[in-house]
Design a protein around this ligand. Structure first.
Ligand code: GLV
Ligand code: GLV
Length: 329
């Protein structure tokens, strides 16, 4: 019998067709609303593979009940929505979609830097709301980007792609990472700094770390206090890497100048969230990798990863390769 794959969101027919060539496929029939927990649990219990979104919680409860499950293909590079330790213990391969979204996410990061520094969100609202009175010297005057210091926290592939773009803006690039990247230092002219020194020296602090036990809450009150009052905090990683109450406080007290946020501790962010009320905050709805081209590539990659694992071949991307070794893939 063909394996059964459950897809937790309505996807284009082409992608579903691709899956149908080697599997029975069930789909949660909404493009915008996440699958309800009870449906997800029921489907996972009979699935060999899950095609999952970042909004699905693939936790111990789900994994323990999913007796047939061999693979979870997550549509994204991050996988903090999945209990990878438990999956590994149970022999479930966890696949993600790195690399193909690197440039798209780096583009969005530059856009957020530009939006925050040059007050583009405010400017746009001003014109649309008919509040543009005249050209005047300090009207919507923001902060320059060029020749400023960019501090990248989390120098993975996306960080490197941001550094590359920043050079085009004549920015000075600092980075902080768990381990140094001599190759990136040479190729991109990025200079390593301790976390504290990076915070003190940067005009734009960009957060690109995965969310882990080590990074959760690393941007807290003390971190924001170390930043310059003229500096901006840009988060394109996960909301929980920053302590939102501390960020709000730093913005209110003028300890930092502004923020560009593509991610929030709770998503979708509530419309009455205090961060949305601040004019120096540019909020975006978690769209780092959201270009049509890249989302297609990500969906294709998930389908390929599912097909590989379910037909006994190694997938293109796997987060817990020890699972494959054990099953001799
Ligand atoms: C998006 O946040 C991703 O992890 O791909
Ligand atoms: C601005 O438009 C200028 O001409 O300086």
């Amino acid at each position: 019998a063909k394996p059964y794959i459950y897809v937790t969101r309505q996807l284009p027919a082409e992608i579903i067709e691709k899956l149908r060539r080697f599997a029975e496929v069930g789909v949660w029939p909404s493009e915008e609303r996440p699958v309800p927990r009870d449906v997800l649990l029921r489907e996972a219990a009979k699935a060999d593979g899950l095609f999952a979104m970042l909004s699905d919680r693939i936790d111990e409860e789900l994994l323990s009940a999913a007796k047939r499950l061999k693979v979870v293909a997550n549509l994204g590079v991050g996988y903090d929505n999945i209990d990878v330790g438990k999956a590994t213990e149970l022999g479930v391969a966890v696949c993600n979609t790195p690399d193909i979204l690197t440039d798209t996410t780096a583009d969005l990061t530059m856009a957020l830097i530009l939006m925050a520094g040059r007050r583009l969100g405010e400017a746009l609202e001003c014109v649309k709301n008919g509040r543009w009175k005249s050209w005047s010297p300090f009207f919507m005057a923001g902060t320059d980007i060029h020749h400023k210091t960019l501090g990248i926290v989390g120098m993975g592939k996306i960080g490197e792609a941001v550094a590359e773009r920043a050079r085009g803006f004549s920015m000075k690039v600092l980075y902080h990472n768990r381990h140094r990247k001599p190759e990136a230092e040479k190729r991109l002219g990025a200079v390593y700094r301790s976390f504290d020194d990076l915070l003190r020296e940067s005009d734009y602090v960009v957060c690109l770390t995965p969310l882990t036990d080590e990074t959760r809450g690393m941007f807290d009150r003390e971190a924001f206090k170390k930043m310059k009052p003229s500096a901006f905090f840009i988060n394109v990683a996960r909301g929980a890497v920053a302590v939102e109450e501390d960020l709000i406080e730093a913005l209110e007290k003028g300890e930092i100048a502004g923020a560009g946020l593509d991610v929030f501790a709770e998503e979708p962010v509530r419309p009455d969230h205090p961060l949305l009320k601040m004019k120096q905050v540019v909020p975006l709805p978690h769209i780092g990798s959201a270009s049509t081209e890249t989302r297609w590539a990500m969906m294709e990659r998930c389908a390929e990863n599912l097909e590989a694992v379910l037909s006994g071949r190694p997938p293109v991307n796997v987060v817990n390769p020890s699972v494959l070794q054990r099953s001799h893939l």
